[in-house]
Design a binder for this molecule. Structure first.
Ligand SMILES: C[S@@+](CC[C@H](N)C(=O)[O-])C[C@H]1O[C@@H](n2cnc3c(N)ncnc32)[C@H](O)[C@@H]1O
Length: 280
């Protein structure tokens, strides 16, 4: 048997091993709602102690929920925009490309250099599946998206990142996307302000990471950190719970569940620069 790949990641970058484990674990569960066999394979090839990820239901259930929320949105975008460009910001070892690739999209995976280095070793890259090693807040990264792609239909996915950024960094990232990829549709996951402030996921705490940015919805995002974006849609993860368990609908409605839940926001950057991002 070949040696496992060593990993030397800390903080927010280490958390991508937790989310990877959550998708692998769900795939191997008795009644999976989605399968991610690439994640199962990766967990078997990485030299890392996944014990704390396996014990953290709050974290792993959250990852399953966001996958069930995000996968249909991305699949719907690809089905209506053949040959689109996808930029998966803070990709970690996410393998949504393997699940949803339609054979025509160009799908960029972006993360910090140490994560991209590991990803390159484990998964490689391809002509329609390039890697970008950069911070999401670096204004130079959109130049790595091929001009013919950047001018077409662009979908940006930001999953599992904003909660580790400050509001200022979130604003910087949104500004970088709007300036570099005008007209892009952005799917951005946010934690509720309440959970970002008081919530704890034990496996995440174990990496030394802390939640920081929280946001109550798409309207607030556009008003505060994403000026010039249009709010298109706003999906609390509780909607996904109710989709699979309709009998929980009344419980969700009469409890503060929606206020505590994370959300997937869909926003669109202006197609032309109007000076709205000056000073952000
Ligand atoms: C919770 S993981 C999410 C990974 C992946 N999206 C998933 O759902 O499995 C957080 C990721 O954010 C990345 N990250 C943290 N700060 C970043 C930044 N400034 N720019 C780009 N990626 C960043 C980390 O390296 C890590 O891969």
């Amino acid at each position: 048997m070949s040696a496992r790949e060593p990993v030397d990641l800390t903080g927010a970058s280490e958390t991508m091993l937790l989310t990877l484990h959550a998708r692998a674990e769900h795939t191997l569960s008795a009644r999976p709602r989605f399968t991610d066999w690439a994640a199962v394979d990766l967990v078997g090839r990485i030299d890392y102690d996944f014990t704390s990820a396996g014990r953290d239901r709050l974290m792993s259930d959250g990852v399953v929920l966001r996958t069930l929320t995000l996968d249909p949105l991305v699949a719907g975008y690809l089905a209506t925009h053949r040959g689109a460009t996808v930029v998966n910001v803070a990709c970690g070892l996410d393998t949504r490309f393997n699940r949803l690739d339609d054979g025509a999209a160009t799908w960029y995976e972006l993360d910090l250099p140490p994560v991209i280095e590991l990803r390159r070793r484990l998964l490689g890259e391809g002509p329609r599946h390039p890697l970008i090693a950069a911070s999401a807040t670096d204004p130079a990264w959109p130049r790595q998206v091929r001009p013919e792609s950047a001018a077409g239909d662009v979908l940006v996915i930001v999953e599992g990142l904003t909660m580790y950024l400050t509001a200022t960094e979130t604003a910087q990232m949104m500004s970088v996307i709007a300036r570099g990829l005008p007209g892009a549709t952005v799917l951005v996951e946010v934690m509720s302000p309440l959970f970002a402030r008081y919530g704890r996921e034990r496996s995440v705490v174990g990496t030394g990471s802390r939640f920081s940015y929280g946001c109550s919805g798409a309207a607030e995002l556009c008003r505060t950190v994403a000026p010039g974006y249009t709010a298109l849609h706003d999906i609390p993860f509780t909607n996904t719970i109710v989709r699979y368990h309709p009998w929980l609908g009344p419980v969700v409605r009469v409890t503060p569940a929606n206020r505590i839940a994370s959300r997937m926001l869909v926003v669109r950057a202006l197609r032309v620069g109007l000076g709205l991002f000056e000073g952000v």
